[in-house]
Ligand binder design. Structure first.
Ligand SMILES: [Zn+2]
Length: 78
């Protein structure tokens, strides 16, 4: 486990968290989901929790996490 895996940068596309490769983005996504599951378990429900559910590569070649579905993402970009 490297220190680098915990790092993220800002991206020219405006994304606040950008990962340099897909594997790092996937690991970050897993951590984000695990964290929110714990919060949901404390509350007794996971409904209504905002959570990232996928990762994607932007036009600058960086990877981001998003809670939007692919359709929502494409709709927002149009
Ligand atoms: Zn980006």
């Amino acid at each position: 486990m490297s220190v680098k895996s915990a790092e993220f940068r800002t991206c020219r596309c405006g994304g606040k968290r950008a990962y340099e490769d897909e594997r790092t983005a996937e690991k970050a996504l897993g951590r984000a989901q695990a964290m929110r599951h714990r919060v949901g378990d404390r509350k007794g429900t996971r409904r209504g929790l905002y959570r990232e559910n996928r990762h994607y590569q932007c036009v600058y070649g960086m990877w981001h996490l998003t809670a939007q579905s692919r359709a929502e993402y494409l709709g927002a970009a149009a």
